[in-house]
Write a protein that binds this ligand. Structure first.
Ligand SMILES: [Zn+2]
Length: 176
C-alpha cells in the first residue's frame, strides 16, 4: 500500500493548523486609544504570568527574544501610522515616539533614538554568529530588537533602533 498520500494529507493538515494558529496571533501591532499608566518601578513577573498576559507573538518576541517576520503586516502598519507614542507591550513603559521614526527600508520599525533613554537598556549580543547590541525594555526586561550605528542614514544620530513592532503598543497622538 502506498503511504505517501496519507503522509501528504497529514502534512497539509498540520501546515494548515500551524498557519491558522499563527494568523490569529500575529500580523498586528496592538494599539490603545489612550496613553497607558507608566509603570512605577521594575516589573517582574513569572514566565507563566507573562505567557498568560501576552499574546503568543508578544511573548515570543519580548520573553524569548524572538524576531518578527520582516516586511510583514506590522511593518506595513508602522509605515502608515501617524504621530503617536510606542510603549512596551509587556509593562506599558514609553519606549519610542513617532518623532524619531524613519523609513530605513530594512523591513522592521526603525527609530533613530528612544523617546525615553532610561526606559531602554543596551547589551552586547553575540548570538547568531554576530556581534550586535541588543535593545531591551529597562522596566520589564523584554527583548525589543537591536541597535546599529554608523550605517550612514541621514538622521541626527546615525543609529537605527531596529525594533520588533509586535512587542510594542501604539498610542496615536490626540492631535495629529
Ligand atoms: Zn517593558
Amino acid at each position: 500500500m502506498n503511504r505517501f498520500p496519507i503522509l501528504a494529507a497529514l502534512f497539509i493538515s498540520l501546515s494548515f493548523v500551524a498557519c491558522s494558529s499563527k494568523d490569529s496571533s500575529t500580523h498586528s501591532m496592538e494599539t490603545l486609544p489612550d496613553t497607558p499608566a507608566a509603570p512605577t518601578g521594575k516589573v517582574v513577573k513569572t514566565d507563566a504570568e507573562w505567557k498568560q498576559e501576552l499574546t503568543p507573538e508578544q511573548y515570543r518576541i519580548l520573553r524569548q527574544s524572538g524576531t518578527e517576520r520582516p516586511n510583514g503586516e506590522v511593518y506595513s502598519e508602522f509605515k502608515h501610522q501617524g504621530k503617536g507614542s510606542y510603549h512596551c507591550a509587556g509593562c506599558k513603559a514609553l519606549l519610542f515616539s513617532s518623532d524619531h521614526k524613519f523609513d530605513s527600508g530594512c523591513g522592521w520599525p526603525s527609530f533613530y533614538d528612544p523617546a525615553k533613554a532610561e526606559n531602554v537598556t543596551l547589551k552586547r549580543d553575540v548570538s547568531m554568529g554576530m556581534t550586535r547590541i541588543e535593545v531591551n525594555c529597562a522596566i520589564c526586561g523584554g527583548h525589543l530588537g537591536h541597535v546599529f550605528e554608523g550605517e550612514g542614514y541621514a538622521t541626527p544620530t546615525d543609529q537605527r533602533y531596529c525594533i520588533n513592532g509586535g512587542g510594542l503598543i501604539f498610542v496615536p497622538a490626540k492631535t495629529p
